[in-house]
Design a protein around this ligand. Structure first.
Ligand code: EPU
Length: 434
């Protein structure tokens, strides 16, 4: 199994380029199931979850070409016929986002069979709202042997109320509604930029969606969707992770190719901590080497502070003077990184959804274990400022969502190398997240 070896103490200097957003690319790939014409997606990040989705779609009968050479960030997905509208446990257990195929499959094929994802390292993460929403559109849902089966002659437009804001739930229903008969109104929707990106693609495919990016989305169903070409938005979590890396290491780092408008809550919070940033066009410059002070932070749905940046913010808080209380509101078990940070010298106490971080504490290198994707990122950040050589085990988690993280960090001065097998590997990673 791969490990990352990081020697701390280098200030990050120069420019690092952000890849396409994994969490936008995954639903956009699933959207290709809605048409028998090719869908071309650009700015696809080369991460493991994309390869898992390629295998998932290919197993259903789709032709999926993942680019090579100069076209390495492009994929063409052609779902001419879908012989097996199914998502097996083998694939769903490695990537929960596989459940995103449920809506498009039942809308296009009238039948879908998708494995229930089960528990996950960051929380229970049920999919009851996907199921309830599809039932509102008239799908008949049964659950047997660990699978959800949905059938319909044709979905019918309806009013859907999400009891809780769910990102992939909103995306799943949005895709299903595009081919339903009549109008669907989705209430209490997720407003994440990834939802808007999906809606943009679907509209290019001939869907009639309005209101994406607000909490009420209207979809006028159409009989058929066609092929389209679409560029995936930049990854705001990767960008945020690099901004924090620049701030923690006291560097001077340009994070290029991002969309600063998607980083509002993070940049506001970093300003409160004392981090100096400057935006120009698609670049955020972070100028470190300034004193950091403690600041409380609470995760919320977009446009609030993203849960996907909570672990990285915790690493930053260990280097800020004073007491920061971090409250995790979205997932019930997303503090697994805290104990690993404590092993590196951090002072963190967990009490239910609250983590109290007392800083500033010097960090010292240790052998640590990554428990999920964003937890791995926080350990990388801690290692970049730790005294000595940190070894991070189970980095397959980081490969699920960060493209070439060690090359990108090395390019701006970090001392980081990978030992063990090289990505990509043929076998699925034994992870259950994202
Ligand atoms: N929830 C339910 N029922 C449902 C769906 C969700 O109770 O049917 C609950 C969840 O258990 C959670 C909350 O609602 O407590 C929000 O979950 P959500 O459905 O929004 O999460 P998700 O769609 O499964 C996506 C991202 C996650 C990100 C969350 C929150 C993708 C592929 N995944 O997950 O990304 O943390 O939204 O923003 O878009 C990551 O990239 O590391 C990652 C975990």
């Amino acid at each position: 199994m791969d490990k990352l070896v990081i020697r701390g103490g280098e200030a990050l200097l120069g420019t690092v380029r952000v890849s396409g957003a994994k969490n936008a690319a995954l639903p956009c790939m699933a959207a290709a199931l809605l048409t028998d014409e090719p869908v071309i997606l650009e700015n696809i990040p080369q991460v493991r979850d994309i390869e898992t989705t390629r295998r998932l779609l290919a197993a259903m009968g789709a032709e999926v070409e993942l680019g090579y050479g100069r076209a390495q960030h492009r994929t063409t997905i052609h779902c001419k016929t879908l012989a097996a509208p199914e998502a097996s446990y083998e694939l769903v257990k490695t990537m929960r986002a596989s459940t995103l195929v449920l809506g498009p499959l039942v809308a296009r094929c009238g039948h879908a069979r998708v494995s229930l994802p089960g528990g996950c390292a960051i929380g229970a993460r049920p999919i009851d709202m996907h199921i309830k929403g599809l039932e509102s559109l008239g799908a008949k849902i049964t659950q047997n042997h660990g699978y959800v089966e949905a059938t319909t002659n044709r979905l019918k437009g309806a009013e859907v109320f999400f009891d809780k804001i769910t990102v992939t739930g909103t995306e799943d229903l949005l895709m299903a509604a595009t081919l339903a008969d009549g109008e669907t109104v989705l209430h209490n929707c997720a407003r994440e930029p990834e939802v808007t990106d999906l809606a943009d693609l679907l509209n290019k495919m001939g869907a009639k969606i309005s209101g994406a990016g607000t909490s009420t989305i209207r979809v006028a169903g159409v009989a058929k969707l066609h092929g389209a070409r679409h560029r995936i938005i930049p990854d705001r979590v990767e960008a945020g992770t690099f901004i924090i890396a620049g701030a923690m290491t006291g560097g001077d780092l340009n994070i290029a190719g991002c969309n600063p408008a998607h980083l509002g809550a993070l940049l506001d919070k970093l300003a409160a901590v004392g981090v100096k940033t400057k935006q120009s066009g698609d670049t955020v410059r972070v100028m470190g080497d300034v004193p950091l002070h403690a600041c409380d932070m609470t995760t919320e749905e977009y446009p609030g502070f993203p849960t996907d940046m909570q672990a990285q913010f915790m690493a930053l808080a260990t280097q800020a003077e004073g007491v920061s209380v971090i409250t995790e509101n979205i997932f019930e078990n997303r503090f697994m990184h805290a104990q690993e940070l404590v092993r590196m010298g951090a002072n963190i106490k967990i009490d239910g959804p609250h983590a109290t971080v007392r800083g500033k504490t010097p960090l010292s290198a240790a052998a640590v274990l990554a428990s999920d994707l964003r937890a791995s990122a926080s350990l990388v950040l801690a290692a970049l400022v730790a005294d000595g050589e940190t070894i991070i085990d189970r980095v397959y988690h980081i490969d699920r969502g960060y493209e070439n993280i060690e090359e990108k960090l090395r390019g701006v001065g970090a001392q980081i190398r990978r030992i063990g097998e090289m990505f990509p590997r043929k076998t699925a990673a034994p992870a259950t997240n994202a």
